[in-house]
Design a protein around this ligand. Structure first.
Ligand SMILES: Nc1nc2c(c(=O)[nH]1)N[C@@H](CN(C=O)c1ccc(C(=O)N[C@@H](CCC(=O)O)C(=O)O)cc1)CN2
Length: 286
């Protein structure tokens, strides 16, 4: 079997074309969605992701502003900035780029963002509503993954989804979204004994481990759908996923590449959430 490649870059581009029309209508009605991105410190990867977010926003007509803070920023300074943004009616979405410098507690920061502006979908209120299946902001990478599956009409209901990774921003929420779609979900992680025994039973395999090419073809069931969330920079500068792509393509029915897979979808879903925030559509309370 040779797998079909789900190209996230192309799908994200299609979504941006649709969103541009939607935003243009909003602008005609006097509403220009606005996203504020907060970047603390000088992590080069974070800087590049933030640039990608600003570029994508501008492509669809969403305005954005970037607040850059030094690495030495205190928690209190960041809280004060977020409070100001929470109260600013001209700001519809607030995104604090992660990771943050070590003196700042990420969870405290996330919880300071007004749930109605939580376009990352990381606030406990957004997460809670996602768990109960209510309409809310969904975390962008898991939302992107579900959108990729749906773009190919891949059946989720009744399928066995195995997630490798249990982070708050990818592993846990993607499992919940798959469960909401009636998949049977198994979570695996760094302490899982005999990982292969689980992955070989997966109809849908989500790899979010952070280890280059760790998932070789012997981990994959024939015909499985393989979603690679890993972004690993090799010593030669090349970017690679958690899945050995050449092995997976021989065995899977669908596979996502790295780059041009899940990454660009993360940014596209952020734009979706920002439009939703501007329209005041997420029932997230205050
Ligand atoms: N506040 C947030 N912080 C972080 C998030 C997030 O969703 N919200 N996710 C990741 C990083 N991330 C977005 O912020 C992100 C990562 C990768 C890509 C992407 O498009 N990658 C490209 C390759 C880029 C490259 O060459 O380096 C690809 O896969 O094709 C987009 C967004 C952690 N932080």
């Amino acid at each position: 079997m040779t797998a079909e490649i789900i190209n996230g870059k192309d799908l994200a581009q299609e979504l941006r074309i649709e969103m541009k029309e939607e935003v243009s209508e909003l602008i005609q009605n006097g509403l220009t969605p606005h996203l504020t991105v907060v970047l603390v410190g000088d992590n080069p990867a974070s800087r590049s992701y933030v640039k990608g977010k600003e570029k994508a926003a501008s492509e669809v007509g969403i305005t954005s502003s970037l607040v850059e803070l030094p690495d030495s920023t205190t928690e209190e300074e960041l809280f004060q900035l977020i409070q100001k943004l929470n109260e600013d009616p001209g700001v519809h979405g607030i995104l604090v780029q992660l990771p943050l410098p070590k003196q700042i507690r990420e969870q405290e920061v996330i919880e300071t963002i007004a749930p109605s502006k939580d376009v990352d979908g990381f606030h406990p209120i957004s997460i809670g509503r996602m768990m109960t299946g209510e309409d809310t902001f969904l975390p962008c990478t898991p939302y992107g993954i579900i959108t990729m599956l749906k773009s190919r009409d891949i059946e989720i209901e009744g399928k066995h989804a195995v997630i490798i990774g249990r982070s708050n921003i990818v592993g846990k929420p993607v499992g919940q979204l798959l469960l909401n779609e009636n998949a049977t979900v198994t979570y695996c992680h760094s302490r899982t004994d005999d990982l292969k025994a689980y992955t070989q039973k997966a109809d849908i395999l989500i790899a979010a481990i952070g280890r280059a090419n760790a998932i070789t073809s012997d981990y994959i069931k024939e015909g499985a759908v393989v979603i690679d969330v890993g972004i690993n920079r090799l010593d030669n500068g090349k970017l690679t996923g958690d899945v050995d792509f050449d092995g997976a393509i021989e065995k899977a029915s669908y596979v996502t590449p790295v780059p041009k897979g899940v990454g660009p979808m993360t940014i596209a879903m952020l734009l979706k959430n920002t439009i939703k925030a501007a329209k005041g559509l997420a029932s997230v309370g205050k």
